[in-house]
Design a binder for this molecule. Structure first.
Ligand SMILES: [Fe+2]
Length: 109
């Protein structure tokens, strides 16, 4: 499970990297990101698990993924430059997969 969550975090980092690059190409300035996402996720999960147990931590992550899914799903309907739209759609598909994995993991426990 830890490997899958780390892979999801790499997806999140890639989404930010790719979208930030597009913002720059289009003449904008992407928001700065200083946090170490990978550390943040794994540490966050570990500390949540110590308080709420693995299921509680997974449920918290499920809620985060629900939010991310909603944001990307909304963004898919925006009028976006052609260079950005495929990135948003791919990110939305990744986020759907994250949510599905977490839900299936919760169901199987
Ligand atoms: Fe995700």
């Amino acid at each position: 499970m830890k490997e899958r969550l780390a892979a999801f975090q790499e997806d999140h980092q890639r989404h930010i990297r790719e979208l930030s690059e597009e913002v720059r190409k289009l003449g904008g300035t992407p928001e700065e990101y200083s946090k170490d996402f990978k550390g943040y996720l794994i540490e966050g999960f570990t500390s949540l698990r110590s308080i709420t147990g693995t299921d509680g931590a997974l449920k918290a992550m499920e809620q985060n993924e629900v939010l991310t899914n909603k944001k990307y799903s909304d963004a898919c309907n925006w009028d976006l430059p052609v260079s950005v739209k495929p990135l948003i759609e791919k990110a939305a598909a990744d986020e759907e997969m994250h949510l599905q994995f977490i839900r299936e993991t919760l169901k199987s426990r």
